[in-house]
Design a protein around this ligand. Structure first.
Ligand code: AMP
Ligand code: GLY
Length: 424
């Protein structure tokens, strides 16, 4: 089978790595890929979704997988499907679950999916009145995509009003903030749950925890994610059952009723408040770095999982998940997440330690190859992944791997998986 993967990050690399090991897959193309994805397949560079669809036809691509949200929100799935191509991901309409927070919140309300109490508005006076009914902290969110920056946790009513005013005036996020959500603050712990969906059926992957803040102890600015681990012990069968019954199933049913059955991966950001799961947000793609740690935990064919989801056949799939743990530690460049850094050459020591060779690997992200040398050119450069019998073993392997990789300005968190290990 021939596969095309759209995207260039560590997420797409990790999907490629899993497919590379799958005997069903013969050739992988990345569009555009990164400086290491060409070791798994071929990087191609095309400048429109139409051109990509033409390429997929010409190369008899059996399955296209879309990594990032932007192509989904822009309708790449609709373009491919109109050409009779098989593609994994939601339609442009369904991608609004991530593309518009107002669409998502109104959908959750309509289908009684638990979430924070909120209002949506484009009117400052209304936002201000609602803020007066809440006690601090409270949350103000821009409606549209803001590269993960459109959420303000305000510590006072005045701060919330200021954030609302700046968003509505277009000052903070341009058009993406011209309509907003104001909502109550949920106090609990966060989980990332991923459901692979075919419109009707779904398969839930092991729940993960991300580490969004730059520094140890969840300090410093928000990032795309500095590390993740799965499965997390912060979830049990009862909580999985609540998530399935109260969140995933009504969402899939609701999307069918809305005439936009949800196909692809549904990434549910959940806050667990007193044992009850509530939806913080939906994303219509895999998390990064969550994808990098989930792919190695799937024992059954990863190709089948994506292919059956894309062909509405998940009901016949028996997914097997390893009885193991995975931990991923992101190595970021010097000035991440503030600005781009000067490219730095990457040196990886030869790995002689047998266990490390067997149980750990690197998922490459912001890297470029030039004259046979590898350079760190992105904010998040790579993820060191360890897979072990316990979270501790997986964590130790991932950290051992961080010691094998060198580049000027390399930085990473030292406490990935601390929430799972602090009581152990
Ligand atoms: P979002 O992009 O909506 O997931 O928000 C980004 C982050 O802000 C989440 O991962 C949470 O840590 C935090 N957050 C968002 N909404 C809330 C809320 N209602 N209560 C508490 N924290 C929130
Ligand atoms: N790691 C969180 C995200 O991909 O949104």
């Amino acid at each position: 089978m021939n596969v095309l993967i759209i995207g260039s990050g560590g997420r797409e690399y990790s999907i490629g790595l899993a497919l590379h090991k799958d005997p069903k897959v013969s050739k992988i193309y990345f569009a555009p890929g990164n400086g290491m994805s060409d070791t798994l397949g071929e990087n191609i560079s095309l400048d429109s979704y139409e051109a990509l669809a033409d390429f997929a036809k010409a190369k008899t691509i059996d399955l296209t997988i879309v990594g990032p949200e932007a192509p989904l929100v822009e309708g790449v799935v609709d373009i491919f499907k109109a050409e009779g191509l098989t593609i994994f991901g939601p339609s442009k309409d369904a991608a609004r679950l991530e593309g518009s927070k107002i669409f998502m919140k109104n959908f959750l309300k309509k289908y009684h999916v638990p979430t924070a109490k909120y209002i949506e508005t484009d009117d400052f006076a209304k936002a201000s009145d609602f803020i007066d009914t809440l006690s601090a902290p409270m949350v103000v969110k821009a409606d549209g995509l803001c590269a993960g920056k459109g959420v303000i946790i305000a510590q006072s009513r005045d701060e919330a009003k200021e954030a609302a005013k700046d968003m509505l005036s277009g000052e903070s996020f341009g058009d993406a903030g011209k309509a907003i959500i104001v909502e109550e603050y949920l106090d609990g712990y966060e989980l990332s749950v991923f459901a692979i969906c075919d419109g009707k059926d779904y398969k839930v992957l092991p729940a993960a925890q991300d580490h969004k803040r730059l520094l140890d102890g969840d300090q410093g600015p928000n990032t795309g994610g500095m590390g993740a681990y799965a499965p997390t012990p912060l979830i049990d069968d009862l909580l999985y059952a609540k998530i399935n019954e109260r969140i995933i199933e009504p969402t899939l049913k609701g999307m069918q009723e809305e005439g936009m059955p949800y196909e692809g991966v549904l990434f549910i950001g959940i806050m667990v408040v007193d044992g009850e799961p509530k939806v913080l947000e939906y994303n219509v793609r895999f998390g990064d770095p969550e994808c990098e740690i989930l792919m190695p935990l799937i024992e059954s064919s990863v190709f089948d999982l994506f292919y059956k989801a894309a062909t509405k056949d998940l009901g016949t799939l028996d997914i097997r998940i390893a009885d193991k743990y995975a931990v991923g530690v992101v190595l970021a460049s010097k000035d991440y997440p503030y600005k781009s850094s000067v490219p730095a050459e990457i040196i990886v020591d030869e790995i002689v330690h047998e266990e490390l060779k067997e149980k750990a690997h690197i998922s490459w992200a912001g890297v470029t190859k030039e004259d046979g040398k590898l350079f760190a050119t992105g904010g998040r450069v790579l993820v060191c992944v360890g897979v072990g019998e316990s979270i501790r073993e997986a964590r130790d392997l991932a950290y051992m791997m961080t010691g094998q990789v060198h580049f000027a300005g390399k930085k990473f968190r030292k406490d990935i998986a601390y929430q799972a290990l602090r009581d152990a």
